[in-house]
Design a protein around this ligand. Structure first.
Ligand SMILES: Cc1cc2nc3c(=O)[nH]c(=O)nc-3n(C[C@H](O)[C@H](O)[C@H](O)COP(=O)(O)O)c2cc1C
Length: 312
């Protein structure tokens, strides 16, 4: 066992969290992660409340262990989604894209644990003051929407700035990463890209294959001009998107161009015209593994490394 305070906070066996991921963080992956002793998190994305309710109910059927839900607070359905989460009783919530402050008292009254995803020291402090239980410090190596500080620089600075537990995210895919995160003062890791490349994840096989083929420099960040930078594997879509950004088209035109692209790439498997969100660590991922093996291998490797460091 490799236990840290986040294991006790969330009632999980291993300090390994599956990041909430729009479209691919569904019951199949979430239940597999929670059943393997990690923390599975449903990605509610921009889905409507009744879809979220169905995912919560299915997850409860597939696992008796704790699981969480991620809510991007910019979702047009955020109010209804939060009502459903409170009605259905989900023990843990992670939030992104905005401050969860307006909802914190309701979450706490329901006994929920709140862990926002943040990308800066100031956001971490703000969240701690607002009364959350932990934060995910997510570096710019991550897949999906990102900030502008690297994991290596961000995590120790957040650890120094707050008293609540910190989970490190961005660039983790094995036990070396977990050991490094613990050395930086984090109490666990959140992985996204590694869990996409799992047997249980519903991501399209062509998208998973692109992750396996990736190198360290296969991702690109688009969307700087919209204020919502996004890391994904380079493909025809990212080239077209960059060209539009360079041409100075409006945010509305970019939004219209990007409409539906995540579903197209992640679920329908259009690897040219769809968005293939992935972190820089994709270059290290060379196999599709069952979730249980991903978690157990990560823990075993971290323990071996931590033990071997005593020789230095
Ligand atoms: C396909 C995909 C979808 C994602 N969707 C979300 C999301 O809806 N909300 C969120 O907070 N983070 C999202 N993320 C970020 C992950 O939860 C996680 O923090 C990130 O992937 C960690 O970096 P890594 O990819 O290097 O492991 C997404 C990441 C990926 C790869």
């Amino acid at each position: 066992m490799l236990r840290t305070p986040v294991c006790d906070l969330f009632g999980i066996l291993h300090p390994v969290i599956q990041g909430g991921m729009a479209h691919v963080g569904t019951v199949e992956l979430v239940a597999a992660v929670s059943n393997a002793g990690g923390l599975g998190i449903i990605g509610s994305g921009y889905y409507q409340a009744e879809w979220v309710r169905a995912q919560i109910r299915l997850t409860k059927q597939k696992t008796q262990r704790p699981f969480g839900i991620n809510v991007p607070l910019t979702s047009p359905y955020v109010k209804d989604v939060i009502d459903v989460i409170l009605e259905e009783g989900v023990p843990i919530i992670t939030t992104g894209a905005a401050s969860p402050k307006p909802y914190i008292s309701r979450f706490k009254a329901a006994g929920m644990k709140i862990m926002p995803v943040i990308a800066s020291v100031s956001a971490a402090k703000h969240m701690e003051e607002a009364g959350v239980h932990a934060v995910v410090a997510e570096g710019m190596e991550s897949g999906g929407h990102i900030g502008d500080v690297t994991t290596m620089a961000l995590v120790p600075q957040v650890v120094d700035a707050v008293k609540i537990p910190v989970v490190a995210a961005g660039g983790f895919a094995d036990g070396r990463g977990l050991a490094a995160a613990l050395a930086l003062g984090a109490q666990g890791i959140q992985m996204g890209t590694r869990f996409v490349a799992s047997a249980e994840c519903v991501a399209h096989s062509r998208y998973k294959q692109k992750i396996l083929e990736a190198t360290d420099r296969s991702t690109v960040v688009t969307g700087h001009t919209t204020g919502l930078p996004l890391r994904a594997l380079k493909n025809s879509l990212t080239e077209q998107y960059q060209a539009l950004e360079q041409a100075g088209v409006t945010k509305e035109e970019l939004d219209a161009f990007g409409q539906g692209r995540m579903h197209l790439g992640l679920i329908e498997g259009d690897t040219d015209e769809g968005s293939l969100l992935a972190g820089q660590i994709a270059g290290m991922i060379k196999d599709i593994k069952p979730v249980k093996a991903i978690i157990e291998d990560t823990i075993a490797e971290a323990k071996r490394i931590i033990a071997s460091l005593k020789n230095f």
